[in-house]
Design a protein around this ligand. Sequence first.
Ligand code: 13P
Length: 260
Amino acid sequence: MSNQRSKLVVGNWKMHGRLAANAALLQGVARGAQALPRGVGVGVCVPHPYLAQALALLGGSRVAWGAQDVSAHEQGAFTGEVAAGMIADFEAAYAIVGHSERRAYHGESSGVVAAKAQRVLAAGLTPIVCVGETLEERESGATERVVGAQLDVVLAVLSVDEAARIVVAYEPVWAIGTGKSASSEQAQQVHAFLRTRLAAKGAQVVNVPLLYGGSVKPENAAELFRQADIDGGLIGGASLKEGDFLAICAAAGAGADVVS
Ligand code: 13P
């Protein structure tokens, strides 16, 4: 059932970490990642102040790094904001945009998320565009309408070539940090739907990596990653534990058909 695309596992540390603890975690992940099959990509998205530490400790390893958010503006009088170009200065590969915690607690609309994705691409990084429905939306049968609209607003502002360079993460809000993952069937169903939306943008866009996020653990990762349209994971809590994160990466390795 697994697909022909490579796998990608990205950690989202959220607002966790301190220099000393980060060093042990980053070095442990870099060391452990050496043993993974080549078809598995690994990344960690750290708080902005730790991008320099990620560069210092992950540079030359096979673990990429990134940020968890970025400004929708290029530069200017936007106190407290961090520009995509600044993140690029630290050789980051990724920036998450539109995480549900940003949408819910910082009022980010899909329009803002789309502008952020454009900034990230313009800086030469890969945006990880998050979409996901609340429990209420799922229970009222609105899942596809909600995630489809979230994705379409972003795709609408991108050229086909740009759209082919994004990563999409499906993160049902009710599964984030709750310990209650979507079942592999539920996740696959939404991923298949998102794949059709990507395909509608253009043939080059259909194979954009589609990650699942929401209570991914070593125990459920392999089953999720075996699904036809699940190309890996965006990992919150478990990415803070070296052993768990590496076990999830290894589960992705077991499902990676392609050694690139
Ligand atoms: P958890 O893995 O802690 O549920 O978080 C998922 C997430 O929000 C990743 O971006």
